[in-house]
Design a protein around this ligand. Structure first.
Ligand code: MYR
Length: 281
């Protein structure tokens, strides 16, 4: 029996069966269309989000969970657990991590340890699942946090969007870079550096961008190391499957699945974004 509960937020986009099996508690972020707000994965599925995007003129906005929501979750878990590890999307792109820390300080009877994934989506999910497995096996908080730091060092993620203006509008990409990108019609390969989204390399076409990402994948997967990877898409399941099957055929040492950019991340990347993350386990 574990003394440590694991919490993450909805932007890990963990499949519901994995949430159930691992016992992870998920705190939702919110997407709003006009005056109507939806907790993603609860009030709004990813499929209905991309449908709705086509129908509206105004772009949606997103918000982090409230401090009250985190406190409710932590108070409930404090009845059963001595400690909580709460794992969140990068503190450089959302206030969620900081709010979780503040909520943890307000709640008595349980120690709350916040972990900044410095990324989001599938890699955040890898960390949450690994933490849940280790907590179940009775590992201490320190051991789990050290392991998460180690996984972070072995994680890479790159993504390519159709239109940089979504990231620019949401303030998640440096303005000058977005302008240059749109004007020149380039498809920069994006990644996280020091918790922020920055271009990794500026490439002119999506084909060239993906060929470069495949080279980067080869650097790790080509060593024969045991790799867990996820091709992540914003409503582009067929393209994601093409990439997945190509890599799965070439690298039997890589366990590759498909994930998605849900409503909150999809708001900032725009429909058509595609990425891949991997981690050497
Ligand atoms: C909030 O309102 O607090 C949420 C803000 C979310 C910003 C998302 C920016 C794009 C992240 C891309 C992640 C790609 C991971 C592979």
């Amino acid at each position: 029996m574990s003394n440590t509960a694991i919490v993450t937020d909805s932007t890990a986009y963990l499949p519901s069966d994995q949430i159930e099996q691992s016992g992870i508690t998920v705190v939702p972020l919110t997407v709003s269309f006009g005056d109507t707000s939806y907790q993603e994965e609860i009030d709004m599925s990813t499929a209905s989000f991309y449908e709705m995007l086509k129908e509206v003129n105004d772009f949606p906005t997103t918000s982090q969970p409230s401090i009250g929501r985190f406190m409710e979750v932590f108070e409930e878990l404090s009845k059963e657990y001595e400690s909580i590890i709460t794992i969140h999307l990068s503190s450089g792109i959302s206030g969620t991590y900081q709010t979780a820390i503040t909520a943890g300080e307000e709640v008595d009877g349980v120690e709350v340890y916040a972990f900044d994934s410095e990324i989001s989506c599938a890699p955040q999910g890898y960390y949450a699942l690994e933490a849940a497995k280790m907590a179940y096996e009775g590992e201490t908080v320190d051991t789990i946090l050290n392991r998460l730091e180690e996984l972070k060092r072995h994680t890479r993620a790159y993504f390519i969007v159709d239109d940089l203006n979504h990231l620019h509008r949401g303030g998640r990409l440096n303005g000058a870079q977005a302008l240059v990108g749109s004007l020149l019609q380039i498809k920069p390969i994006l990644h996280f550096k020091d918790k922020l989204i920055v271009p990794f390399e500026k490439v002119r076409t999506s084909k060239k961008a993906w060929n470069r990402v495949f080279e980067l994948f080869e650097e790790d997967a080509g060593t024969g190391a045991s790799i867990r990877a996820t091709v992540i898409h914003a409503n582009r399941p067929e393209q994601a499957e093409n990439i997945r099957s190509k890599l799965a055929d070439a690298y039997p040492n890589a366990d590759i699945d498909i994930g998605y950019f849900g409503p909150v991340i999809g708001t900032h990347l725009g429909e058509g974004g595609l990425g891949i993350s991997w981690c050497k386990f």
